[in-house]
Design a binder for this molecule. Structure first.
Ligand code: NAD
Length: 503
């Protein structure tokens, strides 16, 4: 399959009230094909007035949408699932074209998003409340879950279809209406999502898209008509969104950046660990918030592990994501590629050993490519350890003991994902008890929870108290109402119950 050759720039606008809307701000951002370096499109940047319009339409749609019965909403979600399932290749094509990830990986992204839609097809079960009969004499107490109103999602460039699905699927299933502000770097998937939702039968105004940058985000954060905000992106922006959103009285969950460690103990299966490190470190060019960034080699495992990884690196084929033989695509922008490559300068300057230099193996041309890169003898003071690199650079930190490895992870300001490779079940169990990270893999390098658990890190990887999708996603998008009820004593009723009533 080949990316379309672009002769004129594609214009990507907003989606408000069930219609595509061209932006009126006159401000736009470029969209690239990262594999060629060519600009392929332009995306509108919304004004606060355009955000306001989207919120007004979503508020109007909410009046009807929240009244839909559970079974009607469930039927609709089955249709949504089937349509996205049928059109998964179309969505994946947009992801490869604008993000650059290889097509098989793009299909994988859509699949993981579909699993969240599948989960919320069970919305009648998920919204069940509690009931306590005879809490006091003649009094029953029960709780019901109700939607919040208009909720917004602000999403990052690295999963332009899946991360929005983490948000809109549970939000809509719970009866909210939605305003999405996607990443300006790869905005087209959001518009196809809107078209598919309309085609499946989602009423106009229930799902809206405003494209844009900080101006649109700030308008969302300050808008009195928005009840809750889900954010996924880098830690500084996550903190800003959390602080500003909550100051404006909103419920906010803001997932931030990551620095994921993979600890390899001396008893681990080296071949298995090396395979895992390569796929988890370089998959999607390292642009995953659950990518392994630091390999912590404990004791004498370091030399054979680094050797096993080094052997595998020349086999990782880097190229255009539409070429079926490519295993790793380009980075998202030229600036990001250059930033990632800068760690191949600063690392060795600060004392690390450059085992594999991706600048030398990047494909020719103007694409935003960087080959797979490996830094050994990295220490916690170095920039390549401290910063979230978010690219195809793996750092190896050598430690002597398990305790030292654990301390390293627990002292890291991020706490998104972590993996432990060992054959010892007792040690693995102790690790899951001790480690201060939200998602833990035991011999699993990328422990993204399945859709019926929730996704989220600890520490600076999450601001807020609810993880995303799964049961915590349902909690986030609903508020409970507790009802205390008393009916007149049946003894006073005109209905003859046929036997004496006692209370
Ligand atoms: P980003 O923080 O730059 O952007 C995220 C969103 O915030 C985008 O929609 C963007 O338009 C907006 N934004 C950017 N700058 C802003 C500003 N100054 N004010 C207001 N809004 C702003 O993140 P990114 O580069 O698109 O994505 C990569 C980051 O996302 C990485 O740090 C990665 O770890 C993180 N991420 C985290 C998770 C997770 O689940 N924890 C998942 C995916 C990505």
């Amino acid at each position: 399959m080949n990316a379309a050759v672009t002769t004129e720039l594609k214009l990507i606008g907003h989606w408000i009230g069930g219609q595509p809307i061209q932006g009126g701000s006159g401000r736009r951002g470029p969209v690239y094909n990262p594999a060629t370096g060519e600009q392929t499109g332009e995306v509108d940047f919304a004004t606060p007035e355009e955000v306001d319009r989207a919120v007004a339409v979503a508020r109007e749609a909410y009046r009807e949408w929240r009244r839909w019965s559970l079974s009607k909403r469930q039927d609709l979600f089955f249709r949504i699932y089937n349509l996205f399932d049928e059109r998964r290749e179309d969505l994946a094509t947009l992801l490869t074209a604008e993000h650059g990830k290889v097509f098989s990986d793009a299909l994988g992204e859509v699949q993981r998003g579909l699993e969240v839609i599948e989960y919320v097809c069970g919305i009648p079960e998920l919204l069940k409340g509690d009931y306590s009969e005879q809490a006091a004499t003649g009094i029953d107490v029960y709780s019901i879950r109700q939607p919040l109103g208009v909720v917004a999602g602000i999403t990052p460039f690295n999963f332009p279809a899946m991360v929005p699905m983490w948000m809109w699927a549970p939000a809509l299933a719970c009866g909210n209406t939605f305003v999405l502000k996607p990443s300006e770097k790869d905005p087209s998937a959001s518009i196809l999502t809107a078209e598919l939702l309309k085609e499946a039968g989602v009423p106009d105004g229930v799902f809206n898209v405003v494209q844009g940058d900080k101006v649109a985000v700030d308008a969302i954060l300050e808008h009195p008509g928005i009840a809750a905000i889900s954010f996924v992106g880098s830690t500084p922006i996550a903190r800003y969104v959390y602080e500003t959103g909550t100051k404006n009285g909103k419920r906010v969950q803001a997932l931030g950046g990551a620095k994921n460690h993979m600890i390899v103990l001396p008893d681990a299966d080296i071949e298995m660990a090396a395979d895992a490190a390569v796929s988890a470190g370089y998959g999607s060019a390292g642009e995953r918030c659950m990518a392994v960034s630091v390999l912590v080699a404990v004791g004498d495992v370091a030399d054979p592990l680094v050797e096993a990884i080094k052997q595998r690196l020349p086999k990782v084929k880097v190229g255009d994501g539409f070429d079926p033989s490519s295993e790793m695509g380009p980075l998202v922008t030229r600036e990001h590629r250059d930033k990632v490559a800068s760690y191949l300068e600063s690392g060795p300057a600060q004392g690390a050993t450059l085992v594999a230099d991706g600048r030398e193996t990047a494909p020719e041309g103007n694409g935003f490519f960087l080959g797979v890169s490996l830094l050994d003898h990295v220490t916690p003071e170095m920039d390549c350890y401290r910063d979230e690199i978010f690219g195809p650079v793996l750092s190896v930190v050598r430690v002597k003991t398990y305790e030292e490895a654990l301390r390293l992870v627990n002292e890291n300001p991020y706490g998104n994902g972590v993996a432990l490779f060992t054959r010892d079940g007792g040690v693995a169990r102790q690790f899951q008890f001790d480690v201060e990270v939200g998602m833990v893999g035991i011999n699993v390098p990328i422990p993204v929870p399945v859709a019926y658990y929730s996704f989220g890190g600890w520490k600076q990887s999450l601001f807020g108290d609810r993880h995303i999708y799964g049961p915590e996603g349902i909690d986030f998008y609903t508020r409970t109402k507790a009802v205390t009820s008393r009916w007149p004593d049946p003894a006073t009723s005109t209905v003859d119950l046929g036997f004496p009533q006692t209370r």
